[in-house]
Design a protein around this ligand. Structure first.
Ligand code: UDX
Length: 466
């Protein structure tokens, strides 16, 4: 049978964690499976529900999990994830009852794929006899660190101590204590507990799907294969599969006017600045960034998400006349069409918070990074970008205009800039090759499809008993 038809008659149910950096790769994965002829059902919370109109060929089912508006707008991402793990148990069971009751010879539930953070889904799947695969939206290199949390705690690294920040973490080279993940949650232990729980439930799953490629993170993947006795499927980069141009995974509307501004800039000259969908910065940091960009003399495109500056709606802290005084050298949008921006020949550097999607998108387009990580996996990603893959520089010390100018210059001019550019162009080429027939991601996707299909009989048997 033609490989693209293999999933015919089989349905994959997927559920995302309701945050942009998690929704995007899950929808992309769903589309990859759809192009292998699987039918797709997406389960989602009402909070941050995906843009269903972009995917008329998917079935969307909301889980009514009674998160109040107050909770949705006041709890941090870790606390919200905790609540979802508690409150979605019964709605997910109801959904499974419904979906399994609709099971037909030519439309069978083949498996369930959930975001790693939704660890509650493993027990529910076990209850219904549905096999669960995990989508981990971060990379394997950072996941290895998450999997070491109990060891790190036992060795006294947590909570992180100011006086130890420059110490190496001997079990996890090349990390220093300052590179370990933190999350300032409203409940101090919540992040640690969430991570330990989702790592444990990954181990009970049928396999982990990664938005990365073997050649990029081979040593982390090798270690995970050694430590976890389940298959690992590095089938990324997801966004480089052929997706229809009409599909959008964005929760906010991208401002495409920046593309015609980019068209007018010199090749490789523009610094693109964006800190993703969750990071927030102080007003003082915002102003340092603004003056750093102004003093750098490089053109810049800055995606300033409303709410990114703590305590402000949008641009109120920006000094009046700031952009006008730069004579067209700077351009600001609320939300950029990031993939398109990174592909643009005028873009020469990406000043990023190193969320995994942004990091991978930058690598795939060969755009060197200025790293300013904030929480979660971002510090680990940034360390790998600067010290392992050597495709960017980290902003060291305090965020101030002199430092910023220095980093921009280092990345865009001089010997080190050439070396960094060469490294990232190498990775870009590997990212392209891995998706071609015979490439690593192509082959792992083939294995994943085979594995999902090999599970169908066991699931079908269980369907009958519910
Ligand atoms: C979060 C975490 O912060 C991150 O560390 C984790 O790896 C995934 O979840 P987020 O902060 O949003 O994600 O960052 P990132 O993973 O980079 O995802 C942001 C996505 O939004 C990217 O796909 C990026 O292309 C898109 N984006 C961002 C835009 O399309 N336009 C913008 O202006 C900014």
């Amino acid at each position: 049978m033609e490989s693209k038809e293999r999933g015919k008659g089989q349905r994959v149910i997927l559920m995302a964690s309701p945050f942009q950096g998690h929704i995007t790769p899950l929808l992309q994965l769903a589309h990859i499976l759809y192009t292998n002829a699987f039918s797709i059902t997406i389960l989602h919370t009402i909070f941050n529900s995906p843009n269903t109109s972009s995917y008329p060929h998917f079935t969307f089912l909301p889980l009514i999990a009674s998160l109040s508006d107050y909770e949705a707008s006041n709890l941090d991402a870790v606390r919200l994830t905790e609540l979802i793990n508690i409150r979605c148990v019964n709605p997910l069971k109801e959904c499974f009852h419904l979906l399994l009751s609709q099971d037909k010879e030519d439309d069978r539930v083949a498996c369930f794929i959930s975001d790693a953070a939704l660890y509650f889904t493993q027990d529910v799947c076990d209850h219904f006899g549905i096999r669960r695969f995990v989508l981990r939206t971060g990379g394997p290199s950072s996941f290895l660190v998450f999997a070491s949390f109990p060891l790190l705690k036992q060795k006294g690294y947590f909570p992180l101590q100011e006086s130890r920040l420059e110490e190496p973490v001997v079990d996890l080279p090349p990390l220093k204590v300052k590179d370990l993940p933190v999350f300032q949650s409203q409940e101090p232990e919540a992040f640690y507990k969430l991570v330990c729980r989702f790592v444990d439930e990954c181990k009970r799953s049928s396999g982990v799907i990664w938005n990365t490629f073997e050649e990029f993170e081979s040593s982390a993947l090798a270690k995970l294969r050694q430590d976890f006795s389940i298959p690992m499927y590095p089938i990324g980069p997801f966004h480089k599969y052929l997706l229809p141009s009409s599909t959008s995974t964005s929760l906010l509307t991208p401002d495409k006017s920046c593309i015609s501004w980019l068209d007018k800039q010199e090749p490789n000259s523009v610094v693109y600045v964006s800190f993703g969908s969750i990071v927030a910065i102080s007003e003082a940091e915002f102003l340092e960034i603004a003056w750093g960009l102004a003093d750098s003399n490089q053109p810049f495109l800055w995606a300033i998400r409303p709410g990114v500056i703590r305590g402000s709606e949008w641009l109120e802290p920006l000094p009046s006349g700031f952009l006008e005084n730069l004579g067209g050298r700077g351009y600001i949008v609320k939300w950029a069409p990031q993939e398109q921006v990174l592909k643009h020949p005028s873009v020469g550097a990406f000043w990023t918070h190193n969320g995994w999607n942004s990091t991978l998108e930058s690598v795939c387009e060969g755009v060197p990074m200025i790293c300013m990580p904030s929480f979660g996996d971002q510090k680990i990603n940034a360390k790998y970008v600067s010290d392992v893959w050597k495709v960017g520089v980290q902003l060291q010390n305090k965020l101030e205009t002199g430092e910023i100018e220095k980093a921009i210059r280092k990345l865009m001019l001089g010997d080190e800039a050439n070396e960094i550019r060469e490294n990232i162009m190498n990775l870009k080429e590997k990212a392209n090759l891995c998706l071609k027939e015979g490439g690593s991601s192509y082959s792992f996707l083939d294995c994943l499809v085979s594995e999902i299909l090999s599970l169908k009989s066991s699931t079908s048997v269980c369907l009958k008993s519910h």
